[in-house]
Structure formats: C-alpha cells, structure tokens
Design a protein around this ligand. Structure first.
Ligand code: PMP
Length: 314
C-alpha cells in the first residue's frame, strides 16, 4: 500500500512530532483490542490548491458513538475534533491525497479484561495515501470466515478488536490468490467486504445489505445511496442478499473511505456481468470523485476545506 509517514500526531492533548506519539506495551487497548477508530480521507484539489476532507462531522459522530458503545468518553465534541484535524493538517501542510486515523482507546497501563474503571484517551494522525486497491477490477471470493456478529462485538462500532476478523478475511483472500473477500453473516446472507460495504446491480437496480446485516454503517455507503437515488435516478434496495445473487449480478463494487469505489469484476473465477467495470459503477465513481475534491457546488457541504485562502481581488 503506497503510504507515507506523517510528521505530527495529536497525542495526549497536543500536536507533537510523530516520534513522540508512543504508547507502552502495557496499554489496555494494545492488549485487548479495546479501542475504536475512524478512517477519513483528504483529497487534494490541485486547480484550487485546496485540501478537502470528506464529511468529517459524520465521521466524528460515528467515532463518538463507537466510543460510547465501548464505555469510553470523548472529551471533545465532533466540532472540536474537526478543529483539531484542521489544525493537524495545516501543520502537515499536505498537498496530496491522504488518509486520517482518529482513535479513542483504553489508555491505562493495567491488566484486567473489562471496560469500566480504565482511563481512555484520544489520538489522531494522518498519512499521505493514494488509492490502495485497484479500482477497476477486483477478483474476490466468498470468505470461509463469517462476519463478527452484532451480539458478539457491536458491528455498528468501529472496534479495534473486531478487526482481527477483517484481517483473517483479507489475508486468507490474498494468500489464496484473490484481491478481496465478500463475507457472509451467520445467517448466510451477504454482509460486507473485509473493511468496506458492498453494492451490486441487477437489472438496473442497486442492492445493498441492510443496516441490520452486521455491517458497519458506512459513510460512503450512505452518501452513495443518496447520490444513486437523487442524482442518478437509480432505485436502491436495502435488504438481505443471498449468496447466489452475488454470482448473478450485472455489476458489483465495494465502497468505503479506504477503497473508495472499487469495482468487483470476478467472483471465484466467475465474471460479474461482462467481467468489466459496469456503467452504473463508472458513473457513480466519477460523480463521487468530483464531490470529494470539492468540485460539485451542490455537495460543498459534504467536504471541509482545510487551508485558508486569500480572498481573490476583483
Ligand atoms: N465496513 C467496514 C468493516 C469498514 O472497516 C469500513 C471502513 N471504515 C466500511 C465498512 C466503510 O465505511 P466508511 O464508508 O464509513 O468508510
């Protein structure tokens, strides 16, 4: 994955050089996976010389909710967190695409599996990053692993420990020669990919697993459902999806902050549609890529500009 090193992190209440943002081996979250995290992207718009972050308030809302599921308190509001992020990005002065990783974690250096009476902390760092999966045609399999159930670890939270499940899914797919995996629920329906939501197209209608299919409530998923319905006039149905519907899809794609919109063109050596990225996926991705770079006035409120621009004199 092409990614660079940051110069700074926000750690223990202030922006510090990244080398100083370190936690000890006894840290509770390191031992037990008792952290929650977020993942945001920043997009560089070269024509405007501006960096745009996609829906930070929505991401921080989810982070605060994830923290609350894990009995952690965030001492900042979503607006405070957005200000901290803007400050950090101005320090870094990035002029390229990047990925943002906020974490709330059980920071006490204590042994003992529990959530109560363990202090927590917040940190955030950002890394330069371009596309990390091929966006034009992925070959996936259906994982032998099942998606972690909401009654085991809350699927709606982005809980660090739950990503052991994602890591097993991803590595087993890659080591078996696939690019990614689709994961089923315990009831045998499609849930998502290792760390992204999924959508498929059949006869011009877009289908995606509903929010109670043990999926993460993806912010890109939600945004795309809106764009499909309101901008592309395409019907979107959220419901249980059977395994065989995957094999019979005309188009399929993963969506999420990390993968963005990545076409799936083959499932277990069976081509999806004609085996190429389809027209709905292409149209949706073009629109999404313009929006995240701040190029679509109607969706200016989905992106937050980072740098202060000098007013243009007329
Ligand atoms: N599902 C999982 C398990 C994920 O880790 C992610 C990435 N955050 C997503 C879905 C996509 O969510 P979002 O669109 O909010 O990035």
């Amino acid at each position: 994955m092409a990614q660079g090193r940051p110069k700074y992190a926000f750690f223990q209440g202030e922006i510090v050089p990244i080398e100083e943002a370190k936690i000890g081996v006894m840290t509770h979250a390191f031992n037990y996976g008792t952290g929650v995290f977020g993942g945001l992207r920043g997009y560089w718009n070269d024509a405007e010389k501006q960096l745009f972050v996609f829906r930070p308030l929505d991401h921080f809302t989810r982070l605060i909710q994830s923290a609350s599921l894990m009995r952690m308190e965030v001492e900042y509001t979503k607006e405070d967190l957005t200000k901290i992020l803007i400050d950090l990005l101005r320090h870094e002065n990035y002029q390229q695409n990047l990925y943002i990783r906020p974490l709330v974690y059980k920071s006490a250096e204590k042994i003992g599996v529990r959530l109560h009476d363990i202090s927590d902390d917040f940190t955030i760092f950002t890394v330069p990053m371009e596309d990390y999966v091929s966006l034009n045609g992925l070959h996936v399999h259906i994982s032998a692993w099942r998606r972690v159930d909401d009654n085991a670890i809350p699927a709606r939270g982005k809980v660090s420990g739950a990503y052991a499940n994602s890591a097993l899914i991803k590595s087993d797919a890659v080591l078996a020669g696939y690019d990614e995996a689709l994961v089923l629920n315990n009831d045998g329906h499609l849930s998502e990919a290792s760390a992204a939501n999924v959508m498929l197209v059949r006869d011009g209608v877009v289908y995606t697993p509903s929010l109670n299919a043990n999926i993460l409530e993806g912010i890109v998923r939600r945004s795309l459902i809106h764009l499909l319905r309101e901008e592309l006039n395409i019907e979107v149905v959220e419901r249980n999806i059977d395994r065989t519907e995957v094999y019979m899809a005309d188009e399929m794609f993963m969506c999420g902050t990390g993968v963005q919109i990545a076409a799936i063109t083959k499932v277990e050596h069976r081509p999806i549609g004609d085996g190429k990225m389809g027209p709905i996926t292409t149209q949706l991705r073009d629109l999404f890529f313009d929006i995240v770079r701040g190029k679509v006035a109607d969706y200016a409120d989905w992106v937050t500009p980072i740098f202060v621009k000098e007013p243009v004199e007329s």
